[in-house]
Design a protein around this ligand. Structure first.
Ligand code: GTP
Ligand code: NA
Ligand code: MG
Length: 344
């Protein structure tokens, strides 16, 4: 039975894949942003976070949107594909409720595709495969931001055959890694088969179906009763520790469970134990804005998981990116947090 007083959790969707296969470009398409153009050398070097409200997803899906869903939206996590950033890919993978594994359809599997896949397997994260850059398939004619099936139906046989062959190669590769996969429109049970959605992050082809399949998976994930509502203590991961003008040391975090309020005491994992401090301010990026580049944060009294926010707190010296934190009320909570850290 659903409890109206409880708040639904926003699922976290991490985007993983080999360098330059189009993760940030895909997110730019969804959020109508230009993050990719601002990256040094065109390389993502941090974990990004963008909250996409469900209305925005509905607008992209338009005609193919079928049913009402209860999700408030999705929190997308961007990760770097460059080989130097294995730790950030793992962190992005660890945070994910669901994931998009993005593969350049013309290049196929690459080393960091395989690494991302093994991270997803380790965490048992449900995922879909976005077979990106279909607009670059020779003879493919892009009609613009339309569903994949519409675009596909308009293609010459030669382009259709090229795409089909590339998809079969991906299915074969996924099979080698122990996953049964197929093109999304041939799948009936999305919990047993990995859906491959051909897309172009540049033109938008296929992005409506990608979002529709994700929302379907997310809804199923939320219906898993244990994870339906925001529950228990506020828990999160620190992404970056930054000195901000007029605020001192702040940190960008992903809150992945619970509700965090200004005034809450939190315990932060340190290299040699636990630091206890309290939350002096919570700054929220606007919806559809990449947190890393946001300049107009809103100061809020509380925030509900999952969310990417900037925290202002006392005594953040020595806190490291990647550290876990948890809201605490008593000495016992600190002890439990210590025990959780030891286990991990
Ligand atoms: P890292 O974060 O550095 O791993 O890269 P990424 O996976 O985020 O890829 P990014 O979005 O930076 O895209 C790399 C290049 O591919 C950019 O020049 C994009 O414009 C281009 N690109 C991405 N998606 C597509 C697509 O669907 N079609 C075409 N033609 N180019 C694309
Ligand atoms: Na890139
Ligand atoms: Mg990127």
């Amino acid at each position: 039975k659903k409890d109206k007083d409880k708040q639904l959790r926003t699922p976290i969707v991490s985007v993983l894949g080999h360098v330059d296969h189009g993760k940030t470009t895909l997110l730019d398409k969804i959020r109508k942003g230009r993050v990719t153009a601002k990256e040094a050398g065109g390389i993502t070097q941090h974990i990004g976070a963008t909250e996409i409200p469900i209305e925005m997803i509905k607008n992209i899906c338009k005609d193919i949107w079928r049913k009402e869903v209860e999700l408030p939206g999705l929190l997308f996590i961007d990760t770097p594909g460059h080989k130097a950033f294995t730790n950030l890919r793992r962190r992005g993978g660890a945070l994910a409720d669901l994931a998009i594994l993005i593969v350049d359809i013309n290049e196929g599997f690459k080393p960091q595709t395989e690494e991302a896949l093994s991270i997803l397997r380790t965490f048992r994260t449900p995922f879909v495969v976005a077979a990106n850059k279909i607009d670059k398939i020779p003879a493919w004619q892009s009609p613009g931001f339309v569903p994949f099936l519409k675009s596909y139906s308009m293609q010459e046989d030669i382009a259709k055959n090229r795409l089909d062959n590339k998809i079969y190669e991906l299915i074969g590769k996924l099979y080698e890694f122990g996953f049964s996969a197929d093109r999304f429109d041939r799948i009936t049970d999305f919990t047993r088969n990995v859906a491959i959605i051909p897309i172009s992050a540049l033109t938008g082809e296929g992005v409506p179906e990608l979002l529709l399949v994700l929302v379907g998976l997310a809804q199923r994930f939320l219906e898993d009763s244990l994870r339906l509502h925001v529950s228990g203590k506020a828990k999160g991961t620190i992404l970056e520790v930054k000195e901000e003008k007029g605020m001192g040391i702040t940190c960008d975090v992903i809150l992945y469970d619970g509700t965090l309020k200004v005034g809450d005491r939190i315990a932060i994992a340190m290299r040699d134990g636990v630091k206890v401090t309290h939350v002096k301010g919570i700054l929220k990026p606007r919806p559809s804005q990449e947190m890393r580049l946001e300049s107009k944060f809103r100061s809020v009294k509380s925030v509900v998981a999952a969310a990417g926010v900037k925290l202002i707190a006392a005594d953040l010296e020595g806190v490291l990116a990647g550290s876990e934190f948890e809201a605490i009320e008593s000495e016992k909570d600190i002890e439990e947090f210590r025990k959780r850290l030891e286990k991990e």
